[in-house]
Design a protein around this ligand. Sequence first.
Ligand SMILES: [Zn+2]
Length: 85
Amino acid sequence: MDETQDEPPLDPPLGCADPLLWRVARSLYEAHRPRTDNFCECRSFWPCPDAQLAEEALQLAYGRPSPRTSRPGLGRTSNLGRWSA
Ligand SMILES: [Zn+2]
């Protein structure tokens, strides 16, 4: 059984639109994992807002439009890339 199959890779995948954003989002993803007791690693209820943000940011970084995300402000990758140097 390979439970890591579904996980985003640590390094930006080939064709990733925004590798920098990917790394930021990936470390956020790493810090917010579901535990067996229905809580996140940060001890909020799962899924916590940060975990959802990480998920969206990963999709965004990869350049894959996510249909369920229609929040204005998250739709542009240009500004997000400047969060980290
Ligand atoms: Zn969390």
